[in-house]
Design a protein around this ligand. Sequence first.
Ligand code: GDP
Length: 528
Amino acid sequence: MASKSYLEQLNKRRTFAIISHPDAGKTTITEKVLLFGKALQKAGTVKGKKSGQHAKSDWMEMEKERGISVTTSVMQFPYHDHLVNLLDTPGHEDFSEDTYRTLTAVDSCLMVIDSAKGVEARTIKLMEVTRLRDTPIITFMNKLDRDTRDPVDLLDEVEDVLKIKCAPITWPIGMGKEFKGVYHLLRDETILYQTGQGHTIQDSRNIKGLDNPELDDAIGSYAQELREVLELVQGASHEFDQQEFLRGELTPVFFGTALGNFGVDHMLDGLVDWAPRPLNRQAEQREVSVEEEKFSGFVFKIQANMDPKHRDRIAFCRVVSGTFEKGMKLFQSRIGKDVRISDALTFMAGDREALDKAYAGDIIGLHNHGSIQIGDTFSEGETLKFTGIPNFAPELFKRIRLRDPLKQKQLLKGLIQLAEEGAVQVFRPLQNNDLIVGAVGVLQFDVVVARLKAEYKVEAIYEPVNVSTARWVYCDDAKKLDEFKRKAEVNLALDGGDNLTYIAPTMVNLSLAQERHPDIKFVQTREH
Ligand code: GDP
């Protein structure tokens, strides 16, 4: 049985990430969310002009630090009686593998939609990923201070395209220059929007009750319009049901403007009230309950340290169960050894701090000198391997070659380490000495060459290669696998972790190979 104090820590925690299409407002929301977190931390209250002032200068400080992505990768902040962990996902599409893996480390997601644009491509893709684990989704319809699409249309589109039921929690009144605020369906109150307060926490003006004449005084004819629309909306839309939300079948929807810092707090209230506390996780060996007080956790991301004062790499580890304490000895399952962690990092509201204690749901940063890989599990002695941390088949390929051929060993070492980080994938064909780099997005290629030069002192260049897709291959029958290896050797390669892969010059070639070898499994994602 877990102790009362441990359960208290657990129940307080919410760990989430934001999914959105570029430009929908993820960065802006993150800033506002931290404004609430930091202001609360300093002043202990949301309201009051003074705390707003504070928050403004903190925000500018953060802005300055933005280049240092380690500090903004994970942010922990208090909100009311809770402690929230927000995991940032890289905005650029080229780093989507990193995004996908980050989504395995959260318990809920905030989906941000640009209300002028509706559901966009990348949101669809990211929602597919959250579906793999039925992650609960909260929705924020952003940019109501602009001319947007009709809110009823927006909900319909989310339901149709993303196949999730929508339960509006707030409803917008007007839009663009005429944006008046929102009506909160559960609290039965109207919260009025005031412009020009984006960088501070607003003293909001609330009007209780829909039939309150104050409402007519405040927003004129919009009041009557609101009453009529709401009748329609309440008849046609879904009511909020927490169980359906937790199963990933229904999303509570909030409206607002991140830039105007309006509505973000309504969303945060929903997050701490309804989103799950840290959840149990499945390991190959057994399910690990979050209530177990023994420590366990897995690495979902490794990042080169952008801070030039710290040239190491940071492994981000999601705590699944128990408590982490400074100086603790942890067992690293993959290599079967104990390691002492004396200098883990925590991520309090954007600052990098040395860590004393962390609980299930938190993220800790471990200094990595090359011995930690994505997917690694740490525990207090038990051999565990958490499942579901994916590697995606790359879609772009180039042959990489050295300018100075004497440094082949350095190049291979660099590539394999970058592959371990998940920065890129590397393939070594069985039949020749080529090194083929595979990426999900084009930017990754440039990053690899720049990092090889800076970190491994090798100058490499790319050449085109006749590969258009790759699949990891498996077969339980050793004899059949051997036969396949003989017949398909020209197309086989080993990846950075020595896993067998089929690299195909064309999609047609791949289909033919799959037809010819029905006993071989060709898979598009590989679990670490
Ligand atoms: P990200 O790419 O999703 O991180 O989006 P950003 O937060 O960087 O926002 C993209 C652009 O939209 C920026 O110019 C923001 O200032 C702007 N933006 C974000 N939220 C709002 C909003 O609520 N209203 C308006 N008018 N602009 C917004």
